[in-house]
Design a protein around this ligand. Structure first.
Ligand SMILES: [Zn+2]
Length: 1064
């Protein structure tokens, strides 16, 4: 124990030590002032400015002009390349030499054509180590390039971080020099800072705290900054303190280097490519200098970018992966949003990610890594387990605004009962810096004290990249095992989870979704991105299905596997947690829309190609191929194109006994041929009757009060003269669905001013500002008069700047009424919703989630209930009491709520940061209302929501369309949904299909899958398409039996019989 100071004065002792290490005060005589020794300017500096993001090879060939320290460059998103010529003084032989570089923006040092160091002031990286010890014969003259991106670690927000970027921002280089670095001073500074941390962190009640303070004080006494000979004695004092070991019961902290890089956020996708290079080359330097340092890295997409743009750096990452120092984690293509992506899209995150990790790093990930996403679907545990993952790490629930999540280490049980071991780093961050304060917080805040004695500690600058520094590593190494502090081990997720696993008997279980009580506006912000997401999920579903069928039916057809992989990866990229959520800058939103446009256009081309292949060789008239891509019969009104751009409405019947040429009667996918016109022939071609019945009628109102009634024999819809729904009756039971005295289809506006996170948050208090939008009587008009479709439409002025038009449509045979809506939206901080008060009473409502649904309360009893004032859903939500209910369907919305008896769909927001233009302009969307008797399951709500989202396809065929209806698959139970049909990700010659089905009702069920395809072998597989060794399914009479538990997802491989042309 070091000698105590003469006087017992805590504050003066503490501040004395603080001043000794301060970078601000007393640097003329303190230790910090001695960190660097002699310096000299660089020999020559020149620069080249470009708006492009050039490769090194391109950049160095440009015309560099003389530059000097103090120069400005820019503006935002440009790049300034500096050529730096150096001559190290001969007198510095034997010493450590750094290039000290300070500039705004993010820098990357290049040496001999390879990146060697990332430099950012914000990320505490302003030094490039030229040599640890300059040798006699070492070259002393060299040329480096520094590539400086004109954006900060967190973009270029004007004024505040999340404000829209300032396009005019200028940047400056403020230091470029060579300097001697005093490693011994650095070590002492690290020790003194840690001692100060212990003294402050443990506080004046703690014996060890005083020991730390007095040790630090004594170091100041013995250490003369001007006399390096005094340093060893000071070092000895520190070593004595840190060498005093803790007891056996010490908590162990698993410190892992990490660098959260948002794949796009306050900067565009292309800048992320460079952020990866800057951050990871820095990590490589640290791995090289510190063999015990482990760096964990997620997101296959980012690794793929680095592979393509920085092959030299990538090779080094692979090398360090072999040593176990570079640890790929997560298993997904990007760190996606946890709420909005469809179930199938979530599966593809893992399929694309895990296959990439296996191919590039020799193994798949064993933990799902999603530290920064705005909530986690209750289906994730099942998806993880079926993708080879048993462990999950995040910390985002520490952001909950209302309730503290009760665990840091626990079992998370999903919708189907699957369990994973989940861990939230108790320090509630993924960007730790290795301070004593953080280490103590990790122990103190841990909500599973006494249940488990290990926890994670993720250190390194994050969000915009940056990553760890040598100082952070030095701190954590020093805290390896010191009495009074937890043990700190530089570790990996594998080591952490194996310790947690072995110590898991006492852990609690959390069942269901991990709902984030914040960022609930992200279900709605950037409606066009949401619409693109839903639409592209549908397109890829349809392309895969049709291409699979074409593969079976047409020998020369080549399944577009590579193209589909490319399109899926674009969709998955857009599902990143700051893109599909709408919490990105305008540049990113525009790029995302381009990605969707690529998927749409290429997807439609692929659909046409598959349609053409399906029609090839069949006799029949040229014309249209009508395709049902859903696994059940459908009777629907379809608008068929006619020459001259017009459409004609046709009722497509899919009756059980009509498919006379079909391989299966109650069938799916079900398609038939049709000539372009007249429409009625479509059905004639299928041998069916088209019933030109006036199945929808507009009842003339007795009082001519301007109201309109639509009736298709199933439901009767009554609209008031402003377009609001005054009555919705199930005709057969005469049951009214709208609450007495209330009106549905009521648009409401709210003030929407969050506390800070504008695009992200909608606060509870917005509900207090509800204002119904009232229309003018007489704006309602009849649209389509009747026949197979009846409709009415109206205009509504939402505000002086925004207006809405809506067509309310009722089709023959359809159990729901649709609301086609167009909005011209020009608002600031307003939230538009539409409400439907139901004549239903229930304490809970049901919402669709990935591969299933769940219930949430309709009341605000507890803080956990009212924190869910705004929730997410997928294609439908439902409020049911015994025997009756009302479902609200949508084609591209996610934000929703049910409070009391009012179903509310969130339509549009108007946040101004980080994108001031978010959601301004024209929008088009459809929602639908479906009253029903019985349960929503038995009433077919799930199927109806699918139908709304997957319209029948009418594909023009270049050749002859088949005359006979044909169906590939039938499932005997309506509870089981055949979600996906695709070709297996095996070699291109192999004709194996993957089918994915799930139980959608929440029931145990046995069912039969019937197929008309020539199947040779059927076997169950996991979501990564790996055969289940015990999963062989006997095939009898083209049928195989499947058994499901509630919300279970099952995938199977169907190995097809070789077609004669293919067999040898
Ligand atoms: Zn993030």
């Amino acid at each position: 124990m070091a000698a105590a100071p003469f006087l017992k004065h805590w504050r003066t002792t503490l501040e004395r030590v603080e001043k000794f290490v301060s970078p601000l005060y007393s640097t003329d005589c303190n230790l910090r002032g001695r960190l660097f020794g002699d310096s000299c300017p660089v020999a020559a500096l020149s620069s080249f400015l470009t708006p492009e993001r050039l490769s090194y090879q391109e950049a160095v060939q440009q015309d560099f002009r003389p530059a000097q320290v103090g120069d400005s460059f820019g503006p935002t998103w440009w790049t300034c390349w500096f050529r730096v010529e150096l001559t190290i003084p001969e007198a510095w032989v034997g010493q450590e030499v750094h290039l000290r570089w300070e500039s705004d923006g993010e820098g990357l040092v290049w040496r001999d054509g390879e990146p060697v160091q990332g430099l950012t002031k914000e990320g505490d990286k302003t030094s490039y180590v030229l040599t640890d010890r300059l040798g006699e014969g070492d070259p002393r003259s060299l040329i480096l390039y520094v590539e400086v991106a004109c954006n900060g670690l967190l973009g270029a927000g004007k004024g505040t971080m999340i404000a829209a970027p300032d396009p005019e921002k200028m940047f400056q280089v403020s230091r470029a020099e060579l300097a001697l670095f005093h490693r011994d001073v650095h070590k002492l500074l690290v020790d003194l800072e840690l001692l100060l941390g212990v003294a402050k962190g443990l506080g004046e009640d703690n014996q060890r705290s005083f020991q730390a303070l007095y040790t630090a004080n004594q170091i100041v006494n013995v250490c003369d900054p001007a006399e390096p000979e005094t340093f060893p004695a000071a070092q000895d004092l520190a070593s004595k303190f840190f060498g005093q070991r803790g007891g056996e019961s010490q908590h162990t902290i698993h410190a892992m280097g990490h660098c959260h890089i948002d794949t796009a956020w306050l900067w565009p996708f292309k800048e992320t490519v460079r952020k990866c290079a800057r951050s990871w080359i820095t990590a490589v330097q640290l791995m090289e200098r510190n063999p015990e340092f482990i760096f964990v890295c997620s997101q296959a997409q980012q690794l793929e970018w680095v592979r393509n743009h920085y092959p030299g750096l990538y090779a080094r990452l692979q090398e360090f992966a072999c040593h176990g120092q570079f640890v790929p984690v997560g298993g997904t293509w990007v760190e996606m949003d946890g709420n909005i992506p469809s179930g199938e899209a979530m599966v593809r995150q893992f399929l694309q990610g895990q296959n990439f990790f296996l191919q590039e790093f020799g193994k798949m990930c064993t933990e799902f890594w999603l530290p920064d996403t705005f909530g986690y679907s209750a289906q994730l545990p099942q998806i993880m387990r079926s993708c080879g993952i048993r462990h999950f790490l995040t910390q985002k629930l520490s952001w909950n605004l209302v309730n503290n999540f009760p665990h840091h280490t626990f079992f998370w049980e999903g919708l189907d009962g699957s369990r994973v071991l989940a861990h939230f780093p108790p320090g509630d961050s993924y960007g730790m810096e290795g301070s004593v304060e953080e280490v103590l917080k990790t122990v103190a805040k841990n909500r599973d004290k006494g249940r488990t004695n290990h926890s994670a500690f993720l250190f390194g600058f994050g969000d915009g990249g940056g990553g760890p520094t040598q100082t952070m590593v030095d701190r954590l190494k020093r805290l390896y095992n010191t009495d009074g502090l937890p043990r700190v081990q530089l570790s990996s997720p594998g080591q952490l989870f194996s310790m947690l696993e072995s110590d898991s008997e006492q852990l609690c279980t959390w069942v269901g979704e991990l709902f984030l009580e914040l960022h609930n506006g992200t279900y709605t912000t950037h409606a066009q991105i949401k619409k693109g997401n839903r639409e592209c999920e549908r397109i890829l579903h349809d392309v895969e299905l049709l291409s699979s069928l074409a593969l079976v039916r047409s020998t020369p057809f080549l399944y577009p596997a590579a193209q589909l992989q490319g399109l899926w990866r674009l969709l998955l990229l857009n599902q990143f947690h700051d893109v599909v959520t709408g919490s990105c800058i305008q540049l990113v939103a525009e790029e995302a829309m381009c990605h969707y446009e690529d998927i749409r256009s290429q997807g439609n081309t692929l659909l046409s190609a598959a349609a053409a292949a399906l029609c090839a060789g069949e006799p029949g008239p040229e014309g249209l191929l009508i395709v049902n891509t859903l696994p059940w019969k459908r009777t629907e009104v379809l608008a068929l194109p006619r020459p001259g751009g017009a459409h004609s409405l046709v009722l497509i019947l899919s009756t059980g006994d009509s498919a006379q040429h079909g391989l299966c009667s109650c069938s799916s996918p079900h398609f038939t041929a049709a000539p372009a016109a007249p429409a009625a022939c479509v059905c004639c071609a299928r041998g069916e009757c088209w019933r030109p019945l006036p199945t929808v009628s507009r009842l003339p109102s007795a009082k001519t009060d301007g109201s309109v009634t639509l009736d298709n024999g199933i439901i009767r819809v009554k609209l008031d003269p402003t377009g609001r729904l005054t009555s919705l009756v199930l005709v057969a039971s005469s049951r009214e669905a709208i609450a007495e005295g209330a009106v549905g289809n009521q648009f409401v506006l709210f003030d929407d001013v969050p506390l800070y996170w504008d695009a992200w948050d909608v606060m509870d208090y917005h509900l207090e500002t509800r204002k119904p939008v009232l229309g003018q009587a007489g704006t309602l008009a009849v649209g389509t008069e009747g026949g197979v479709r009846g409709s009415a439409w109206f205009l509504l002025q939402i505000s002086p700047n925004s207006r809405l038009s809506q067509e309310v449509v009722l089709d023959a045979g359809c159990p729901y009424v649709r609301f086609h809506t167009e909005v011209h939206w020009h608002e600031a901080h307003k939230f538009l919703k539409v409400e439907f008060p139901a004549r239903v009473r229930s304490p809970q409502a049901t919402y669709e989630v990935q591969f299933g649904h769940l219930q949430r309360p309709t009341h605000y009893n507890t803080s956990w209930d009212w924190a869910r004032f705004e929730v997410w859903t997928h294609r439908w939500m439902d409020l049911s009491e015994h025997g009756f209910g009302l479902a609200l369907l949508n084609d591209c919305k996610y934000g929703s709520s049910v409070r009391g008896n009012v179903l509310s769909l969130s339509l549009l927001r108007a946040p101004k940061a980080p994108d001031a233009t978010a959601d301004m302009g024209r929008h088009e969307f459809t929602y639908a209302l479906m009253p029903h008797t019985g349960s929503f399951q038995d009433a077919g709500v799930i199927q109806a929501a699918y139908s709304l989202n997957f319209p029948l396809l009418a594909l023009p065929t270049p050749g002859r369309a088949p005359v006979s209806a044909w169906s590939a698959f039938t499932v005997s139970s309506p509870a089981v949904v055949l979600e996906t049909v695709k070709k297996a990700e095996t070699n291109p010659q192999d004709h194996t299909l993957v089918l994915r089905l799930y139980e959608a009702y929440g029931s145990h069920v046995d069912c039969w899958l019937h197929t008309s395809l020539p199947v040779q072998e059927a076997v169950l597989c996991d979501l990564l398409e790996r055969r289940d060794p015990a999963g062989h399914l006997p095939l009898r009479d083209s049928r195989l039996k499947l058994t499901f538990s509630p919300f279970q997802i099952q995938s199977l491989l169907l190995v097809l019989q070789p077609t004669p042309e293919l067999s040898p």
